[in-house]
Design a protein around this ligand. Sequence first.
Ligand code: AMP
Ligand code: GLY
Length: 435
Amino acid sequence: MRILLLGSGGREHAIAYKMAQSPLCEKLFIAPGNAGTAACGQNIALDINNFAAVGDFAIDNGIELIVVGPEAPLVGGIVDFFHRDARLRHILILGPDSKGAQLEGSKDFAKQFMRENGIPTARYQTFTADNINEGYAFLETLAAPYVLKADGLAAGKGVLILPTLEEAKRELRNMLVDAKFGKASGKVVIEEYLTGIEMSAFAITDGTSFKMLPEAKDYKRIYDGDKGPNTGGMGSVSPVVFADKRFMDKVTERIVEPTIRGLQMRGIDYRGFIFFGLMATPDADTGEYDPYVIEYNVRMGDPETESVFPRILSDVVELFTAACKGTLDEVELNIDPWTAACVMMVAGGYPDSYEKGNLITGIENVRDSLVFHAGTSRAANGQVFSNGGRVLCVTSLAPTLPEALLTSYQSAGKIQWRNKFQRNDIGQDLLRLLM
Ligand code: AMP
Ligand code: GLY
């Protein structure tokens, strides 16, 4: 098969790495890719949000399968674009159309969908500038802290968690009246604050049947102890120790199955990944964890993919093809029982301003881990340079979490560039749960 993967981060390197292992993969292109994906296939300088350009490239190069990494092209309607065009319709494309992508593209859509389908989530209401006074009144019925969410995509910054009622009201006004996040905050979801442990569950679906991929936990804050501003993710581990069979069965029955049924009821033909951002909340009486949905995403997580995909033993090209064709129930999905732990190495200063273009050395000395590239570029002479905030993701597989973490940190220590930074406590919260 001739395959085109869209995206350029660590997630895409991990997906490319697995696809390149498949005997079904005859030729892999990655657009635009990074220095790491160049080792799995051929990088192509394409603007992935220019659908006509992607379509032309696909036709000219005999592409049979397109895998969409990030959400922007999906929310922007790349799948609709391919399905509408008689020249492109035959190409398999993994990802939902723009209606399905509303699960991520509109928080209000996602919340309505969950309410309609009885999916456990935080109590909420949605407001616009026209009924802002009702928004203030709703805030008064909630307890601190207050959760405000811009309806649309806001580059991961559209969620505010505010400690006081005054700040919540002020920010509600900033979002609705002063367009703090532009059009994305024309509508704002206000919801109840959930407590517990966050984790991520993943399914791949062909619209009718689905398969659960391994779950993972990511670490969003920049500093140890979950301090400092939110980032794209500073590391991840899979599996998640408390997400045992009993808990994952609840996720499947209460969340995943009703989600697939709900999509069908809305007439949405969803073929792709669904990422369930979950809060595992201990029950007041039994202490047992119950899952609640914080958010949906219509793609894999980053850096969750960098610990989830190395655990997939089955052929992912076969899996992706089956999801596109509606034959997912015919494929087997085998998962490595070992633990994967990934440590994200970032540019000092990230997620604020940071340097790019620093020479990276020592990757070749890493023997016991996978090094997925996120923000890197390769010069003509083969040297690799930092080219983003999140730069490299070091993943190790081992029989236990402590071993996987130790190996990843040892490997990360072999890689150098000016002002590199990493969290040193990835997985420590889960190790405490094990004790
Ligand atoms: P989101 O962009 O929806 O993933 O939200 C960003 C982060 O805000 C999440 O990863 C959570 O840490 C936090 N968050 C969102 N909604 C809630 C909620 N209802 N209760 C507690 N924390 C939340
Ligand atoms: N790691 C969280 C995300 O991909 O949204």
